[in-house]
Design a protein around this ligand. Structure first.
Ligand SMILES: Cc1ncc(COP(=O)(O)O)c(C=O)c1O
Length: 383
């Protein structure tokens, strides 16, 4: 029987419905260009802009799921076991973000009133909303040093005397690769030296390894070789690897128990997170080893920029996928001009711009970006 509540659309109305449906089907279903269609910009703002590939999405869709807060999501368990094995630690905990990974690790190692030691440019100090104070009640002793690194003597110099007047020096945090330092890779012997120094004073050691995969791709040193110097290691899947979300913390069983408790307390317990863990497993299998391409792309960009009149960079300073360059002019105005020209990057100081290469930009995108840099910052550019 005909349903009288729904009037049949007029021919014109029906046509409009079809057109709109097609646009939205393409946008939702196939990840094609948003409507209205336009050339997407070359996005060099961060390696966090990478998106899941179709194959990764398929893997996510077919993941076996449970309830991870109840501890029975098989895909999360598989990811945690895989990461613990990769980093040669006893246990691992899957968390939503790199910031949470670092902060639950800090909380697991410290008591309120303790002091953390790290570089002044480290992510845990600069960009995690002061969580070291708010979540763990700690103070921080900041170290200085070129390109985000420091020496054992720097660590020794800030360790407190065991006296009740002072906070208790408790945790050393190292970041590898070092983001603000320009994606720099810590030499393994310097890691060993600074962590040995910290341990000799009874401190624990945490590695912010958000980009440990990049460090490993750049040096050929296995992640476990870096991890062996630390009590806990955090690593991200949502930087350069295409995952929509997700990080891991690895360490000994007892510490990871504390990490689990901290994750729950901060609202980071997720339920059917096997969908996200499936993306991370896919990324480890399929995207990790291509990070070396991003490093090659970063060097190509750096060499192009070194030839541009309005930019200053030493291409030899580019070790992984992050590059900072100085500009002769107002960085925010230059970033706006680059944006209009089709390349997105970030100004990170009055005269400094940051670019990050990733899965989001392939070799032809890099070549196009180089052409735009030459046009905007080269001899024809007016700054
Ligand atoms: C070195 C480092 N650690 C931690 C993080 C935090 O990761 P998230 O943005 O997932 O919180 C970042 C983010 O860029 C980072 O660069």
């Amino acid at each position: 029987m005909k349903d009288r509540r729904l009037p049949s659309p007029s021919p014109i109305r029906r046509e409009v419905v079809v057109v709109i449906t097609e646009r939205y089907t393409r946008l939702d279903g196939s990840g094609l260009l948003p409507w209205p269609a336009m050339t997407p910009p070359i996005d060099l703002r961060s390696d966090t802009v990478t998106q899941p590939t179709e194959a990764m999405k398929q893997t996510m869709m077919s993941a076996t799921l449970g309830d991870d807060v109840l501890g029975d999501d098989p895909t999360v368990i598989a990811l945690q076991e895989r990461c613990a094995a990769l980093l040669e630690k006893e246990a691992a905990c899957f968390v939503p973000s790199g910031s949470m990974a670092n902060q639950v690790a800090i909380r697991a190692h410290t008591r309120p009133g303790d002091e953390i030691i790290c570089h002044e440019h480290s992510h845990i100090y600069q960009y995690e909303g002061g969580a070291w104070a708010a979540v763990s009640g700690c103070s921080i002793a900041l170290l200085h040093g070129d390109r985000g690194q420091f020496e054992p003597a720097d660590v020794a110099a800030v360790i407190r005397m065991n006296d009740h007047h002072f906070p208790r020096s408790r945790l050393l945090v190292v970041e590898n690769t070092q983001n603000r330092g320009g994606g720099t890779v810590w030499p393994i012997d310097r890691i060993e030296a600074v962590t040995d120094e910290a341990r000799s004073h009874g401190l624990r050691c945490h590695l912010d390894g958000a980009r440990i995969w990049n460090a490993s791709a750049a040096t050929g040193i296995e992640p476990a070789e870096y991890a062996r110097h630390f009590d806990t290691v955090s690593a991200c899947f949502s930087k350069g690897l295409g995952c929509p979300v997700g990080s891991i913390v690895c360490g000994d069983t007892e510490t990871i128990e504390h990490v689990h408790r901290g994750r729950k307390m901060l609202g980071g317990g997720m339920r059917q997170s096997g969908m996200l863990a499936a993306a991370a497993l896919y990324a480890l299998d399929h995207h990790r080893h291509r990070l070396a391409d991003d490093h090659t792309h970063a060097r190509i960009l750096a060499e192009t920029l070194a030839d541009c009149d309005a930019a200053e960079i030493d291409p030899r300073s580019v070790e992984t996928n992050i590059l900072y360059f100085d500009v002769h002019g107002d960085a925010s105005a230059i970033v706006a001009r680059l944006d209009e020209s089709g390349v997105r990057c970030l100004d990170s100081g009055p005269n400094t711009i940051r670019c990050v290469t990733s899965l989001a930009v392939d070799r032809s995108g890099i070549d196009e970006a180089c052409a735009i840099f030459r046009r905007v910052l080269g001899s024809e550019g007016t700054w």
